[in-house]
Design a protein around this ligand. Structure first.
Ligand SMILES: *Cc1c(COP(=O)(O)O)cnc(C)c1O
Length: 422
């Protein structure tokens, strides 16, 4: 359920006509709905209300400060994967005691800042990282709480780029080697192993991979406890899928029900790191048609948003619904919806049946609230687009469109290249 809907033939976000935002801020832009963000966050929370848990929203899915501020106000913790995300999360005055730090390649500086902030725990992905966190914590006179990210070797049956829990993936420590890794952690005096962590992939549309992973992690927790470890947290990562097209991912309620049942008697605080399931369908990308053309019988709709603004179709072959901002009753026709970038891979949709539209018409690329703006770039020296947050009948520019000066910020021409021709 989201709050992008037609009133008459016009697309609205909550009570704001999308066209009105386009008139004021220009195109393209990302548009997020506060009510939808809140609703999805609460659906997740409600699904788990009868169990000891902590939701750590995965900042990388959508890291706009306004979005983070909303989740912080709703009581969410944060799952961060870089020093930059830590900085963002701290900017909105969130509680560091509810932050977990994931990722295979944490740098010294990132580890230091996280210890300084006093985060809840590090999700550690290698033996070398264990030693490095121990060393830095020692220097700082601190103890670092850690979980090991274990790789349970289950197939999440999703896109290979977002499958992370198979044994050949770069993530985590193989589950068979986990006990030994915990034993190493125990010998390192500035580490306190407190939990077990996994994240098996993203856009999962079935519960069974989660169940398989959970089953294996429970066995690990049992053996760790037999070995004398005090395991208080079980972090199950993120990964719950959303409806982009025809998929029917489990609702958070079903996911919660399964988890509550399968973790009965476990005596752990469950941690979740949802990203996409909360923000994915809470945002759209609005783009204007620049031109249309027909090449040898094939239709092209050329829009002003490109793969630099939204890379998911190009990178993963991802499907995003495309809706007209002004609906009509004319019969749909197949067209490629493409951007202005000099790459054939620059498309939003291929051979898609859309309402015939012409120059100047607006299109909404749906389900763009997760891994949309955050993955955008300046490729082709294009300005990154604004992000707009709607709340009821008002909208707020929560990131302004970049300027040409932003584009060259930090660049310079060295002296030897100045002056007369070489
Ligand atoms: C990306 C990621 C998430 C969030 O995944 P979603 O599929 O967006 O829920 C959670 N945890 C970790 C470690 C991640 O890398």
């Amino acid at each position: 359920m989201h709050h992008f809907h037609y009133k008459g033939d016009e697309l609205y976000c909550e009570e704001v006509p999308v066209n009105r935002v386009a008139e004021e801020v220009g195109t393209p832009f990302y548009l997020y709905s506060t009510a939808t963000l809140e609703r999805h966050y609460r659906a997740f929370e409600d699904a788990l209300q009868n169990t000891d848990h902590l939701v750590c929203y995965s900042v990388k899915a959508n890291s706009n400060l306004a979005v983070l501020a909303l989740f912080a106000r709703l009581g969410s913790g944060f799952d961060i994967v870089s020093g930059g995300e830590l900085f963002r999360a701290l900017q909105v005055k969130s509680d560091p005691g509810k932050m977990v730090f994931s990722g295979v390649g944490k740098t010294q500086d990132e580890i230091r800042s996280a210890l300084d902030a006093g985060i809840l725990m590090f999700n550690v992905e290698s033996l070398q990282e264990l030693r490095e966190i121990n060393r830095i914590a020692g220097e700082m006179g601190k103890t670092a709480r850690i979980s090991l990210r274990v790789n349970p070797d289950v197939d999440p049956r999703t896109h290979p780029y977002i499958s992370t829990g198979l044994k050949e993936s770069k993530f985590g420590i193989p589950i068979a080697e986990a006990l030994n890794a915990y034993r190493l952690a125990r010998t390192l005096s500035h580490l306190e192993p407190v939990g077990v962590d996994c994240h098996i992939g993203s856009q999962l549309t079935e519960l069974s991979p989660f169940e398989d992973a959970l089953h294996r992690l429970r066995e690990l927790i049992d053996s760790l406890r037999e070995d004398g470890f005090t395991i208080r947290y079980l972090d199950l990562g993120g990964g719950l899928g959303i409806n982009y097209d025809e998929e029917e991912p489990p609702h958070p309620t079903e996911y919660g029900k399964m988890l509550i049942e399968k973790t009965r008697g476990l005596d752990c605080t469950l941690i979740f790191e949802p990203g996409r399931v909360i923000t994915g369908n809470a945002g759209i990308l609005v783009t204007r048609i620049l031109y249309t053309k027909e090449n040898l019988g094939k239709n092209f709709t050329i829009v002003d948003a490109g793969m630099n603004d939204m890379i998911r179709p190009s990178l993963y072959g991802a499907y995003h619904k495309i809706l007209p901002v002004q609906r009509s009753i004319s019969e749909k026709a197949a067209s490629d919806v493409v951007g202005p970038i000099c790459e054939s891979g620059d498309f939003m949709a291929r051979d898609r049946k859309i309402q015939p539209s012409g120059r100047g018409d607006l299109l909404a690329v749906m389900s763009a609230g997760a891994y949309g703006f955050v993955m955008s770039s300046n490729y082709n020296s294009r300005l990154r687009v604004p992000e707009i947050l709607v709340s009821e009948d008002r909208f707020y520019v929560v990131r302004s469109r970049e300027t040409l000066q932003d584009l060259v910020h930090g660049e310079s021409v060295p002296d030897f290249l100045r002056g007369k021709a070489l």
